[in-house]
Write a protein that binds this ligand. Structure first.
Ligand code: GRF
Length: 207
């Protein structure tokens, strides 16, 4: 059954593009039915429109509270029968209202090997700390920022000559492979959340 995806963005949308390419190219048995940006100027909106995908702005500054803002997002997603939500460079915290509407069905991608370097500028944190490997994490979203059960991680080497930008570029390339793969794993089913762990049924390779 072709799963209906909603994608939330705030900016460039290269991860959105990776999901557009994966769903459009048949790699994922899913369709993106709505893209929502909290920022009117997000270039990712045009990526969606160029792909013929409905793209709307729900500007967080127009709502009195996080709950009311999140409720507007829920309403837009439910009106299009989205059943899985992908945060793709979405820079707002997800609140209880959105989480309750999509239990264990909101994913996020983060440019480090969580729990290392949560929050902003993860690539810069990795350079500053002097790690030799960093990477990408796709996880289930919970109230804990960057703290939900991990679906998939991919390692990215940190080179001696790296700057935050060269590392960010290398990580971003890996993100574009990792996110569609993580969505495929979720859509495949046969998994459960056990404590903090995203556990696949026997026989499935570790993510
Ligand atoms: C990516 O590095 C992602 O990991 C982080 O924000 C960036 C978004 O990039 N959450 P884009 O908007 O998908 O190009």
């Amino acid at each position: 059954m072709n799963r209906r995806l909603g994608v939330l963005i705030s900016g460039t949308g290269t991860n959105l593009q990776a999901l557009i390419d994966a769903t459009g190219g048949g790699q994922l048995d899913a369709s993106i039915v709505l893209v929502i940006s909290n920022r009117p100027e997000a270039p990712g909106l045009d990526r969606a429109r160029r792909a013929g995908i409905e793209a709307i702005v729900i500007d967080h500054r127009s709502w009195r509270s996080r709950d009311e803002y999140d409720a507007a997002i829920v309403q837009a997603l439910k009106a299009r029968s989205a059943s899985l939500v992908c945060l793709a460079g979405y820079m707002r915290l997800v609140g209880r209202v959105l989480l309750d509407a999509f239990p264990n069905a909101i994913l996020n991608i983060h440019p480090s090997l969580l729990p290392a370097f949560p929050g902003m500028n993860a690539q810069h944190q990795a350079i500053e700390h002097g790690v030799k490997v960093s990477g990408v994490t796709v996880h289930v979203v919970t109230l804990e920022l960057d703290g939900g059960p991990i679906i998939l991680q991919r390692i990215v080497p940190v080179l001696d000559g790296d700057t935050r930008d060269t590392l960010a570029d290398r990580i971003l390339d890996e993100e574009h492979r990792a996110y569609p793969e993580a969505v495929r794993i979720v859509l495949e089913g046969g998994w459960e959340i056990v404590g903090r762990r995203f556990v696949r049924s026997a026989g499935g390779p570790s993510a």
